[in-house]
Write a protein that binds this ligand. Structure first.
Ligand SMILES: Nc1ncnc2c1ncn2[C@@H]1O[C@H](COP(=O)(O)OP(=O)(O)OP(=O)(O)O)[C@@H](O)[C@H]1O
Length: 305
């Protein structure tokens, strides 16, 4: 199976077998995800019943990983917890290990885990093969999405969708049913249906590839999406379309870890937390103001060194 099929992930069929249409028509681009923690606190201090405790989705503890071929260590004792319903942004200088973390989490064979643990929805993620991770609800959108010559986009999405349904014991969709399932998602991503007849990502522009990644995410209904620089190569309209589509997919029961270099993405998809990575570990965590500080003062102001 093509690697992107292995790493492109799954849906939460446990909660619904279809993705609902965009929640709000009038552009939920600016959904206040970043306010999740403070809303919890506000509810508690207002004397209402305390909100249920946050449910950990992804728990990474002291994670160490090397490049399989050379044994060069890239992840050096990384800790991270993403709870259900949260959006986390991961920032950091070039080469700090952000994409490596993402690829290690989905089980990319270029890397070997040498220490630590990763629990995803209560299960040991590191014991699962990449396909099982996908079926468990983990999705990764690659920084440079791969092309799959000879496989039409439509066939690829239908196969990926039905592979997960099969794994979860949910009835597979016929091509006709799949079209009804897919059409609102195409609209949410503002993508021309003609891209479905082309081979996966073949000849797509950078922006078209990113939209296609988000369409895959919508089709697979992942519980947790790791989005590696979905903003790179997008013009401002495409960035807004993609951000809007991502926001429309967000519910209180799924989570996002998005890797980015730029605050502008965080203006559209508001994170609950921002983490700064350096030299294979997270050196600082804060709210979205960390990204503003970076924008103004650069990484030198935050460096652990
Ligand atoms: N498969 C590999 N083979 C060789 N070196 C690798 C491999 N994967 C990662 N590296 C190296 O590991 C380091 C971290 O790379 P990674 O892509 O994770 O950084 P990043 O923080 O995502 O960078 P950027 O912001 O530039 O995308 C880099 O020095 C990179 O060259």
């Amino acid at each position: 199976m093509a690697s992107s099929a292995l790493f492109s992930p799954p849906l939460s069929l446990s909660r619904t077998s279809t993705i609902s249409a965009p929640r709000s028509s009038k552009d939920s681009i600016f959904l206040p995800r970043g306010r999740l923690p403070s809303l919890r606190l506000a509810a508690a201090s207002a004397g209402g019943s305390p909100p249920p405790p946050a449910k950990p989705f992804l728990h990474v503890e002291d994670l160490r990983a090397v490049i399989a071929e050379t044994d060069q260590e890239i992840l050096r004792g990384l800790n991270l917890t993403v709870n259900e319903g949260e959006v986390h942004a991961l920032m950091g200088k070039n080469g700090s290990g952000k994409s490596t973390l993402a690829k290690v989490l989905v089980g990319h064979p270029d890397y070997k885990v040498t220490g630590g643990k990763v629990v995803f929805k209560g299960e040991n993620l590191l014991e699962m093969d990449p396909e099982k991770r996908s079926h468990a609800g983990l999705f990764m959108s690659f920084q440079t999405p791969i092309e799959i010559p000879g496989v039409s986009n439509m066939d690829f999405m239908l196969m990926s969708c039905n592979a997960r349904r099969k794994a979860l014991g949910v009835p597979e969709l016929s091509p006709l049913d799949f079209w009804s399932f897919l059409y609102p998602k195409l609209q949410a991503v503002n993508m021309d249906p003609k891209f479905l007849n082309r081979n996966v990502n073949e000849g797509f522009s950078g922006g078209e590839k990113k939209r296609n990644e988000i369409l895959q995410l919508a089709v697979l209904e992942a519980d947790m999406a790791i989005l590696d620089e979905i903003d790179s190569g997008l013009d401002i309209d495409a960035l807004q379309d993609v951000a809007k589509a991502v926001n429309n997919l967000l519910t209180p029961r799924n989570s996002i870890l998005m890797i980015t270099h730029y605050q502008r993405l965080l203006d559209f998809i508001r994170p609950s937390y921002v983490h700064i990575m350096e030299n294979g570990t997270i050196i600082k965590t804060g709210d979205v103001s960390l990204a503003s500080q970076l924008e103004k003062e650069g990484y030198r102001s935050l460096s652990a060194a």
